[in-house]
Design a protein around this ligand. Structure first.
Ligand code: PEP
Length: 245
């Protein structure tokens, strides 16, 4: 895996204040050297309140900033509490996560996710589309069916997919410390790639500095979406370093 282009996407969820940016220089310093020899791409997705200050902190670091969700409307509108992709782009976001299971669980359906992806792409944001099955679906052995449906509906009528990355995140793995079995994960990622040629496919769910030793051996994974561990710069750096060891 050493010479592969790998993504490391930090999902801070609803965590972090301005003081959380104080330790970012550690990651920037590490990456300044690291990127010269390894093909690693780092993207931070903080809460919306931190996008602009984080963008400013990371100027010239080659680390990109993204958002965790957006409204489906491209233009301004009377949508209290919402932020559209253009607004995110204007404050420095280059990427946006769409379809995270935490948002699907609070009611986002594939149709809405499809609209969000379209308006994000139209606003020149790159999209990280999250897909994944529940434990119940896994037990019923319908994982592949669920994933196919989420991709098909999520990417409906989108011809140009070059700015889309898929993040496979089994819901039962997020925040639980449990990761899929190596052969299962290899098989699932292969399945996604076979049906979606050229798309990068990342894995997300409880990635940490210990289990990265196992995960990095799964050679069809194009990177990781990291929640909890990404809030700690030391752990985040450790995960990146170990991926290439
Ligand atoms: C996530 O929420 O996208 C995620 C992968 O979280 P964690 O790493 O904490 O399981």
């Amino acid at each position: 895996m050493t010479n592969k282009y790998m993504y490391f996407i930090a999902n801070w969820k609803m965590f972090g204040g301005l003081n959380s940016l104080n330790s970012l220089h550690k990651v920037a310093k590490f990456y300044k050297k690291f990127h010269k020899s390894k093909f690693a791409k780092i993207i931070y997705c903080p809460p919306n309140t931190l996008i602009r200050p984080m963008f400013k902190k990371l100027v010239n670091s080659r680390i990109d900033v993204g958002a965790q969700n957006c409204h489906e409307n491209e233009s301004f509108g009377a949508f209290t509490g919402s932020v559209n992709p253009r607004m995110l782009k204007s404050v420095g976001a280059k990427y946006v996560i769409i379809g995270h299971s935490e948002n699907r669980q609070s009611g986002e359906k594939n149709k809405l996710i499809n609209s969000k992806i379209k308006s994000s792409l139209n606003s020149n944001l790159k999209v990280i589309l999250c897909i994944g099955e529940t434990l119940k679906e896994k037990r019923k052995k319908i994982t592949k069916k669920i994933l196919s449906l989420q991709i098909k509906a999520g990417l409906k009528n989108i011809r140009n997919k070059k700015n889309i990355i898929i993040a496979y995140e089994p819901i039962w793995s997020i925040g639980t410390g449990i990761i899929p079995k190596t052969n299962e994960l290899l098989d699932t990622i292969n399945f996604i790639k076979k049906n979606n040629k050229k798309l990068k496919v990342l894995y997300g769910g409880s990635v940490n500095p210990k289990n990265i030793q196992t995960l990095k051996s799964i050679n069809n994974i194009d990177g990781f979406l990291i929640g909890g561990a990404s809030q700690n710069p030391k752990k985040f750096i450790d995960i990146i370093k170990k991926t290439y060891n």
